[in-house]
Design a protein around this ligand. Structure first.
Ligand code: ADP
Ligand code: MG
Length: 355
């Protein structure tokens, strides 16, 4: 059994609102699991059940060898960091960090050692005598992490811990959390709605929508082979281009334009029950060339290191993501190329991956 196993979890409120609809996940010791999905999909609800702050309507949760489904939070050996860090305003940083140990009756010398250890790790040693009100947002966030880290728990749980920070600090803290995990290898479940946080932090990612896991895999699996249209469009920025396409004899077409597909995709399209598909292409899969699909540049968005260029083509609108500065203007006639291997096919109705 893995470090954390979630078995067929359902959660219903008032017998009517079905929030979680059968969640199964299992991770190994030391893994960093991401729960990602749009707001309201049930991430926090699932995390609070792992934490023992709420209980599932049915299903079970196992931490290591133990079935913890009915155990109170304090007996689960977990530590949590939330979006609102909720530090004790009248305690110093050192007291905040040590508080969890104190209520567990850990001896003073051991508490002191834990404060020294985590404050060194988080580089907050110079802040130990301050009160939370005298700290910046990023420092407060670090203290909240320190409070969790002081415990050396079986499981770390994070619920959107960076979403209150400004963009620059968020990126810095993200890197720190990554380094921290590389060092401590504590099994972690981390909730976020931010797909970049998901991709950069996760060993494995569970993409959730409407109380169900849409796909569970490594960042590379999720990105390179999304299981359905929702995952394909949720992960990646700019989002994957999606063009409505039809099986037309041996070919796949969009508004009469034949779309490049591999032999394996051609076989999958022929075998598929419906002729109505969606053809997906990531913006970075598309490049400008002397020949290829003709189109007209309709928008240019320079970001510095790369440019997003939107092109109106007979097959539909496509956004390309090209390196550097694009030497072109809106209204220019251009040609786009990509390789069939880079394309993704989904069923138009169900959204399920076809090839
Ligand atoms: P997320 O963290 O993914 O944004 P949540 O897990 O917080 O989503 O919430 C999932 C859904 O459950 C939301 O639609 C929310 O309104 C609903 N919900 C959460 N708690 C309760 C509750 N106590 N009673 C009824 N509905 C709830
Ligand atoms: Mg939430």
């Amino acid at each position: 059994m893995g470090a954390l196993a979630i078995r067929n979890i359902h959660k219903t409120y008032n017998d009517t609102v079905h929030i979680l609809k059968g969640i199964d996940l299992e991770i190994e010791a030391g893994e960093f699991l991401i729960l990602v999905g749009p707001s309201g999909c049930g991430k926090s609800t699932l995390l609070s059940m792992i934490a023992g702050l709420d209980h599932p309507t049915s299903g079970s949760i196992h931490i290591g060898e133990r079935d913890v489904t009915n155990l109170p939070s304090k007996d689960r050996d977990i530590a949590m960091v939330f979006q609102s860090y909720a530090l004790y305003p009248n305690m110093t940083v050192a007291q905040n960090i040590a508080f969890g140990l104190e209520i567990r009756k850990v001896p003073k010398a051991e508490r002191q050692a834990a404060v020294d250890r985590v404050s060194a790790m988080l580089q907050i040693g110079h802040l130990l005598d301050r009160k939370p009100g005298q700290l910046s947002g990023g420092q407060r966030q670090r203290v909240a992490m320190g409070r969790a880290l002081a415990r050396d728990p079986k499981l770390f749980l994070f619920d959107e811990p960076l979403s209150n920070l400004d963009a620059k600090l968020r990126v810095e803290m993200r890197a720190e959390i990554k380094l921290l995990h590389q060092r401590t290898k504590t099994t972690t479940v981390y909730v976020t709605h931010d797909q970049v946080e998901a991709m950069t932090l996760g060993d494995r990612i569970a993409v959730m929508k409407d109380g169900l896991v849409q796909q569970f895999g490594t960042p590379a699996q999720i990105y390179n082979r999304p299981a359905n249209r929702f995952v394909a469009e949720f992960i990646g920025s700019p989002a994957m281009n999606m063009v409505d396409a039809q099986r037309t004899g041996e070919a796949l077409t969009a508004h009469g334009v034949e779309l490049a597909i591999t032999d394996a995709q051609r076989a999958a399209v022929q075998a598929h029950g419906s002729a109505e598909l969606v053809y997906g292409l990531r913006p970075e899969s598309i490049s400008f060339a002397a020949t290829g699909l003709p189109g007209t540049l309709s928008m240019i968005e320079p970001t510095g290191p790369e440019t997003y260029a939107t092109v109106d083509t007979p097959a539909g609108q496509l956004t390309a993501r090209v390196p550097g500065v694009l030497q072109a203007s809106v209204g220019d006639a251009v040609h786009l190329q990509w390789s069939a291997e880079q394309s993704h096919l989904f069923d138009r109705t169900s959204g399920t991956r076809v090839g």
